[in-house]
Design a protein. Structure first.
Length: 275
């Protein structure tokens, strides 16, 4: 196993560019992971990690036999351990983040099987940049020269940064006071139990199940926040919807469907204010 890391600055944001190679032999790969788990300062929440991990995230999605079907028997013992370590630092597989959980794609080809053992990891939440493309680039010039000897395709990822701005009035933030409600805590516990039952880490990996539970909880809390605001301030959401439709009319023109929606919202607002 080999690791290298360098602190850099990207458009004013500090990050760590890290390269990781996990050994092809299982016993040595386990030792590599032990070193990573014990190493302080090698993996950060603002790391951008590129690596050859010699294991895949999902055997059915990230492998392909000659018959075009994923290999459910692909020997993949250390994937959950690496994914759990990445998730602990808030990192996720950028290919899955950008292309979704059903996308295929492979970075290493041999006679019997294709695999996606080469991956990028970076912050899943609150990232200062946005990933706009990531792909195994078969046409890269590394494969056009006389020194091209690798059976791995180069993995190319492109990011962009956005100008910092304050949140707008219409961006919904979770009301943290909801967490003090015993009924809400009970719903969250039931949600996590259901997700861990439907997506067992032994099959999907700890990182996927944990992230799935976090995403579903976030969506639940936004919905509960929205419902609470509607109860306390019944006209707030309607006014926000009217403003949103107004922006759409300004950019798209007087489409009949949008005009009808705005009319209905104005009627709803009038009724709410009269109540």
């Amino acid at each position: 196993g080999r690791f290298a890391s360098l602190e850099v600055e990207i458009e004013g944001h500090k990050a760590w560019l890290t390269s990781i190679y996990l050994h092809a032999q299982q016993a040595n790969r386990s030792e590599n992971l032990s070193d990573l788990e014990q190493a302080l300062g090698l993996i950060h929440k603002n790391s951008i990690i590129g690596g050859d991990f010699n294991c895949v995230f999902d055997r059915n999605l990230d492998t392909k036999n000659r018959d075009g079907v994923g290999s459910s028997t692909y020997n993949n013992p250390h994937s959950p351990r690496w994914e759990a370590l990445a998730a602990h630092h808030g990192l996720t597989d950028i290919y899955r983040l950008r292309n979704g959980n059903l996308a295929g794609g492979y970075t290493r080809y041999c006679d019997s099987i294709a695999t996606r053992i080469d991956r990028f990891y970076a912050a899943r939440y609150h990232s200062p940049w946005r990933w706009i493309n990531i792909d195994a680039d078969a046409d890269h010039n590394l494969f056009s020269g006389q020194w091209s000897r690798s059976d791995h395709f180069p993995l190319v990822a492109t990011l962009e940064t956005a100008t910092a701005r304050k949140s707008t009035a219409h961006e919904l933030k979770i009301d943290n006071s909801l967490f003090a409600d015993p009924k809400v805590r009970k719903i969250i516990n039931q949600l996590w139990e259901a997700i861990y039952k439907d997506y067992p880490p032994s099959i999907h990996g700890h990182a996927y199940t944990y992230t799935k539970a976090k995403d579903e909880t976030s969506e639940l809390m936004r919905q509960l926040t929205r419902e609470k605001k509607q109860r306390l301030f019944p006209t707030t959401q309607t006014r926000a919807d009217i403003a949103r439709i107004g922006l759409m009319l300004a950019s798209r023109g007087p489409l009949p469907q949008l005009l009808a929606q705005k009319k209905q919202l104005l009627n709803d607002l009038e009724k709410l204010e009269a109540a």
